[in-house]
Ligand binder design. Sequence first.
Ligand code: GUN
Ligand code: FE
Length: 511
Amino acid sequence: NQGALWVSAADGRIKGWDWAAHDDTGFAGLMTRNGWIDVDSDLNGQESKITVKIVTASEERNEFFFPGFIDTHIHAPQYPNAGLFGSSTLLDWLETYTFPVESGFGTQPDNEKGHQLATKATETPLPAQTIYNQVISRTLAHGTTCASYFATIHIPATNALASLCKKHGQRAFIGRVCMDNPDFCPKYYRDTSAEDSLSATKATIAHINAIDPTGSLINPILTPRFAPSCTRPSLEALGKLAASYSPPLHIQTHIAENTNEITLVNDLFPEAGSYTTVYDKYDLLTPRTILAHAVHLSAEEKALIAKRDAKISHCPASNSALGSGIAPVRSFLDLGITVGLGTDVSGGYSPSILEAARQACLASRLLGHTGTFEKGFECGHSHSHGKDGLQKEMEDEAARVKLSVPESLYLATRGGAAVVDMADDIGGFDLGMLWDVQLIQLGGVKGLQESPLDGDYGDGLVDLVRSGPVGNVDLFGTETWAEKVQKWVWGGDDRNVKAVWVAGRLVHTRG
Ligand code: GUN
Ligand code: FE
């Protein structure tokens, strides 16, 4: 009762498997076996053929492979601030928490050329090495096989992030943050001019191309932080730079996260008409653009995003933590917009995409209780219905906008893959896809043992902490695979991530 899976060591892609019914759950792309999984080789790319034996044997181990998570929006330098935001909202949070921590990734003061032009490895500040190592290790431990990172404005630290992702084996998009607008960015943390900003960005692209010339693991991504942080010449230059590459460069930014931020954009760009048209005007709204948040877009803006095929990174943990609002994900999906999930560390308090999936489900369940939901609904529908009919329609719509567990997992994997324009390569177990995978292990009642404390506390006690095989999710032997996955999403964490591979290379094991 064995199956085998072949992953080519040459390119880390799935070449074949020889068992049937690999998806017995109804979850697209999920591969589970009602048995235990024996990793036959070290999967480190040294073998010409890698075999993973799937043994459906007597023992119930409650393990399954799952596609690696894709974090479509995370700020690596903000990791020290994860969980620190008090009761702030976006604009005061940036000023109080974010710009101070990011500015610390600059070079030593003895570099007379200033941060933009420092390129020697020796100029890389120590905090960057330490913090970037930590955030990469931590996200890998949570099953994130691919991340789209915002770095800081600094060249050496941004280059260090790219090099460290390569060393750890995490697939990554690396963006030097562009911040040249003196009307918004603080004096202590900004690019000195649009020209310097552009040349600094080019320097980081050159480094990334040097360490990974084919872009097999690490790729650059143009990163105008958000409209308020950039001057018009800077936005224009980035749009042109993206288009000068074939295929065009990836782009990431923030959009319509917070109502005060939108007011600020309207003040700074009164000619544009909307937040979305600011980006569109400078050719930054492309099929390879990741727009984070998108909480407060107008119908016209959503239509333009759909028309341009730009992508949305949904960051529900961050949107709740900073009180930004609830992004109407169903309305994006209705329009055919591609959506993935982002942790948005440290607007988001957790580096876990499983947490983001959970929060996406929760936020969608609250959406029908908000004033904006009700208002939009009345405008759209009240003309043709009486009061009771309207109430019923509203309830139906509130139910329809809820995201299911399978949908949230889709966003975390295949959705994210499409957001980073890698839908053919990652996010599932299709033949030919890269083996970017996490091995999930859940608990089981069979692991429970009589507690040594029985004598003290009475018969029948079990010591969950000592004997529970793994994590927070207890199974009772009655669950279907679909139910096991639901329990994982609602109660799981990094203790359930037993091993992680990227392109067939083992990049994390739980010690
Ligand atoms: N808008 C501009 N910068 C940021 C940032 O660092 N995080 C979030 N969440 N929103 C932003
Ligand atoms: Fe962000």
